[in-house]
Write a protein that binds this ligand. Structure first.
Ligand SMILES: NC(=O)C1=CN([C@@H]2O[C@H](COP(=O)(O)OP(=O)(O)OC[C@H]3O[C@@H](n4cnc5c(N)ncnc54)[C@H](OP(=O)(O)O)[C@@H]3O)[C@@H](O)[C@H]2O)C=CC1
Ligand SMILES: O=C(O)[C@@H]1CCC=N1
Length: 285
């Protein structure tokens, strides 16, 4: 049998400017992985990361030579991504202020207001993003907010930097980012929690851990794809699974009687409140 093979022309490297990262942990790695997939050369990415183990991981995974402290290498960066914990932001900003005067700043830190970042870095060109970890597999959801001084060209640049991470959603009000944080930023942990519960229940009822894991994960993948594709809302899709007097009815009735939905919403409100507290606590400096 003859198999026709078509070679697609190799894509030209994306002409992104040099990009700096302050903090080279989980979220920075997810974004850097996307940039490398877009053919951005490792040499045009500067990372400041004090933790030696994280620097070794960046070298191993992406061939990036991260620096333990901020220095003049950041001067060439036109975008600086802030991927430090909210608790470390003010301290991390001090040595960077003035080092890259032309840079557009993108913060992924939960809660820290853009006004604090603008003050710490002495620039109004600040965008805040709230991504989530499925960015690692190109299926993230990211909320974005730009300060007034950020123009359309800057917005496009940010979209290009985050292009490979998944879907992007701009919000007009900065407070909305705390809601994005509580729903989709922390959201993967809620999904993993339910996967854990479904897997444990499957094992307790007699399946192997592998079988139970495959069924739980596959059910989330399938149900999410159905919800994304269907014209009907999730409540209608749920009703279609729930045969009268059947097994799903038994499970949903049990959950309703234990107020599972109400408690889940309370948990999301706790995440929302914590985002605001992080901003108040660590945005003051
Ligand atoms: N993880 C997630 O799902 C999401 C996280 N975020 C946000 O991303 C940010 C980073 O989170 P995450 O990646 O999970 O955290 P990590 O702890 O994995 O990464 C943060 C890194 O920053 C380093 N760091 C600390 N101080 C400095 C400094 N002064 N200069 C440079 N780097 C420094 C830390 O080193 P050390 O460990 O030595 O302190 C650590 O390696 C947080 O603000 C979080 O709110 C947003 C959305 C989702
Ligand atoms: O838990 C956190 O604070 C961060 C922000 C969203 C996800 N992780």
């Amino acid at each position: 049998m003859n198999i026709a093979v078509t070679f697609l022309p190799r894509r030209e490297p994306i002409p992104l400017p040099p990009i700096g990262f302050i903090g080279g942990g989980n979220m920075a790695s997810a974004i850097i992985g996307g940039l490398i997939k877009q053919d951005v050369p490792a040499a045009s990415i500067e990372v400041v990361e004090p933790f030696a183990e994280a620097r070794a991981r960046l070298a191993n995974d992406f061939g990036i030579l991260a620096q333990p402290a901020a220095g003049p290498a950041l001067a060439r960066c036109k975008v600086i991504v802030w991927a430090v914990k909210p608790q470390s932001f003010a301290e991390a900003a001090r040595p960077v202020r003035g080092l890259a005067p032309d840079a557009l700043h993108l913060s992924v830190a939960a809660g820290i207001p853009s006004g604090s970042i603008a003050r710490w870095l002495d620039t109004e060109r600040v965008v805040r993003a709230m991504p989530n970890t499925p960015a690692l597999v190109g299926q993230g959801m990211t909320g974005l907010f730009a300060r007034a001084a950020v123009d359309m060209g800057d917005r496009k640049l940010i979209e290009q930097v985050l292009d490979a991470t998944g879907e992007l959603m701009w919000v007009d009000a900065e407070e909305s980012l705390d809601v994005v944080t509580a729903v989709s930023g922390s959201g993967p942990a809620y999904v993993f929690y339910f996967i854990e519960a479904m897997t444990e229940a499957g094992v307790e009822l007699g399946l192997t851990p592998e079988q139970a894991h495959q069924l739980a994960v596959g059910t989330f993948t399938g149900a999410s794809a159905l919800a994304a594709d269907a014209a009907e809302p999730p409540a209608v899709l749920r009703e279609r699974v729930t045969s009268k007097g059947g097994t799903t009815y038994a499970a949903i009735t049990s959950m309703e009687s234990d107020a599972v939905k109400a408690k889940f919403k309370t948990a999301i409100r706790a995440a929302h409140q914590r985002a605001a507290e992080l901003g108040q606590e660590f945005g003051k400096a």
